[in-house]
Every structure is written in C-alpha cells, then in structure tokens.
Design a protein around this ligand. Structure first.
Ligand code: ADP
Length: 361
C-alpha cells in the first residue's frame, strides 16, 4: 500500500518536474500530502535494503537521459552514457557550459528526473533497488529559490525534516539555522528574507536529514562576495565533518578554490575527469594579441604557438604558458619581421577550455 502510494507520489513529482511544472507541487495541500506519504514510507522502510558502500559515495554507470519531444521540439538527449565515480569525503566539482547536462545529472541523483538508462548507486544504495535509502543519503540545494513564502525558516526546516521522517528528538533546526547564519531570522516569513538569506535557507533545508552527500547546484551564481565566502566556509566545514560535497559551477575560480576533483561535462558526456591540480595545469592556454606596426607579410611560425590573423588587423598568438614563455612568443613575432605597436593578453575562458578538452578527449 505505502509502496504503491510512494510510487504514485514520486511519479507525480517527477512528471511535474519533467513538464516544468514543479512550482505547482508547492501548493500547500499538495505539499502536505507529499509530506505525509513520504513520512509513512520512509519510516516504514527503515532498516530494509542493504548498502554496498565502497570508496565511492556515488557510482554512475552508463547514465542516459532523453527528454521527450513535443510538437514543437524534437526529443533531447541530455546525457549520453555517463560513467562517473565520486570519492567519499571529497569536494567534487561538475563543470560545464550551459546545457551540458549538469542539472539533469544531479536531478537524477536527487530522484527528481527519471533516467532513461544506466545505474546510479548513492552511498552504496542502488537507486532502482533501494530508492528511499539512496534518496535519504543525499541532500540537494537547488538553484532556483523554491521556498514557500508563508513558512518561516524554522517552520520550513521542520516541514523538511518531517518529509524525511527525522524524529522530533533528532531534529537540529536551530543548529542548522546557526550554521547558515539565519538564527535571528528563524521566525521571519521566507518572503521577507533577502535573496542571499533565501539561498542560505535552501542550504539549511538540504541539511535537515544529515545526508552523507550534499549536492549544490550553482551555489554562488549571482551572490555577493560576502555570501559566497560564507557558503564556501560552510561547505568546507561540512566536508571536514565527513560530508561528501558535489557542486556544479560555471566558475573556474570556485572549482579551483573548493574542489579536490573535477569532472567536465559537455554535450551530455564527461570529457575530462581529474584532480583539480592536474586539470588546471591543462588549462594554461594563453592568447597574446599583437597590434602590428603594418600589415604583416607572414605570420610567426614556431612550435607551440598558433598564430591567427583577426578581422580587426591584430594577430592572435595562442600558446601554453607551461611550455612556452611569453618572451619566446615575442621573439617569434620579431623574427617574422613584425613591428609591435601594442600588445595585450587574453586568458583562456572556460568555454575555450571546454572546447579544447572536448577535442582532446
Ligand atoms: P546544464 O545544467 O548543464 O545547463 P541541463 O541538464 O539543464 O544542462 O540541460 C541539458 C539539455 O537538456 C539542454 O539542452 C536542455 O535544454 C535540455 N533539457 C533540460 N531539461 C529539459 C526538459 N525538462 N525537457 C526538455 N529538454 C530539457
């Protein structure tokens, strides 16, 4: 009975999400029913199902997702067979340009999107065999601010704890509010909170059931420096206490600062996966822009340097800082008989790095 009810509720939630109507499920009555059924089922299910936990917090094999098409748009293959192991205890970064498939991947981990094929194991629990245990092992801080405006932060955490079947005696609402710096807003309505405070509340909600794995979807997109520092500190603290952290980000700086390991996703496939230090070493492409005194007859030729003429009359010289010195690039320009009127450099942007890694993968 409860199994069937959970399946129905889960399907309902997933269908809404797949149809982009997730907001509807936040209707008070619907939220309450969802809560109730989850509590019954999670409590009912405790102790069943075995974890086969190894060194990986998450194991993903052959993961595929194709979103159904509509009259106006064809089906979209968002994940094309992803294999990924995320080590327990790590801070793991998922990087990729817009539309790469990052949200699809973490929504599958969170049980909000149904995969088309493949296997996902969270904290040793196969998602298909032990869906509730695998879901209880993970907490997700979503990107969008999907908070009920009529709940206070404390009430929001209590409801969330109820949703996960955390007994009253084990709830840590005030401790979590303190962690995210919202203790003095515990009784304020969510609609009265600033954008930054709402984001912290989302983090707090992801923590109520003390998950082993915390997923943060673009945690610092559009937040100010102060809040970003605070979120980073919180994340580091949780990681020191043993929580495995997965974060998606556009920002190379964030990945560099926070992550032990990084996977880069592009067009639904993992194109690189390495330690942060190794990946950054591969991301040392530089572009020097030379404004010549006169239109050059020939371009510089030297191993390790690629020279391109740009439409504005400048010459773009691309090289790897780890292999070629800026001085060698300038020597090659002079050797080609080109006088330098002006000079500037461009850092490789993430988009270029993705392209490069896609080509070399
Ligand atoms: P990212 O998080 O890296 O920006 P997404 O996982 O959101 O990427 O999207 C991957 C691809 O799947 C994109 O092309 C996106 O347009 C498409 N997509 C995402 N959600 C849906 C959906 N509900 N229906 C159809 N296509 C979708």
């Amino acid at each position: 009975m409860t199994q069937r009810a959970l399946t129905t509720v889960t399907r309902y939630a997933i269908l809404l999400n797949d149809a982009g109507l997730w907001g509807l499920s936040h209707h008070r009555g619907v939220s309450f029913c969802l809560c109730l059924v989850y509590v019954i089922v999670i409590c009912d299910d405790k102790g069943k199902g075995k974890s086969t936990m190894g060194a990986s917090a998450i194991e993903i094999r052959g993961l595929r997702k194709t979103y159904a098409g509509s009259a106006k748009s064809p089906p979209k293959e968002a994940l094309k067979g992803v294999d990924l192991d995320i080590p327990a205890g790590s801070v793991f970064g998922l990087l990729g340009p817009n539309g790469a498939g990052k949200s699809t991947l973490i929504n599958i981990l969170a049980g909000l999107v149904i995969k088309s094929a493949g296997h996902v194991t969270i904290w040793g629990f196969d998602q298909d065999v032990n869906p509730r245990q695998s879901r209880a092992a993970i907490g997700v801080m979503p990107q969008e601010l999907n908070l009920d405006p009529f709940f206070t932060p404390r009430a929001a955490l209590e409801v969330q704890a109820g949703l996960y079947g955390v007994p009253k005696s084990q709830r840590r609402s005030d401790e979590i509010l303190r962690l995210v710096g919202l203790e003095d807003k515990a009784e304020a309505y969510a609609r009265a909170l600033s954008g930054g405070m709402r984001r912290r509340l989302l983090l707090a909600k992801a923590l109520v059931h003390s998950p082993h794995v915390l997923v943060l979807d673009e945690p610092t997109a559009g937040v100010d420096i102060e809040l970003r520092q605070m979120l980073w500190e919180n994340i580091r603290k949780l990681n020191r206490e043993g929580m495995t952290i997965i974060l998606t980000t556009h920002y190379l700086e964030e990945a560099e600062e926070m992550c032990d390991e990084i996977a880069i996703i592009n067009h639904g496939a993992v194109v690189a996966r390495d330690s942060t230090a190794n990946l950054l070493a591969r991301m040392d492409a530089r572009t020097m822009i030379v404004v010549p005194e006169a239109a050059p007859k020939a371009l510089p030729e030297m191993e390790g340097i690629r020279a391109d003429r740009r439409g504005d009359g400048t010459i773009a010289l691309t090289y790897h800082a780890g292999q070629t010195r800026a001085e060698d690039v300038l020597d090659a320009v002079r050797a080609a008989g080109i006088g330098i009127r002006d000079l500037r450099t461009e850092q490789a942007d993430l988009e270029d790095v993705f392209l490069k890694l896609t080509q070399s993968a």
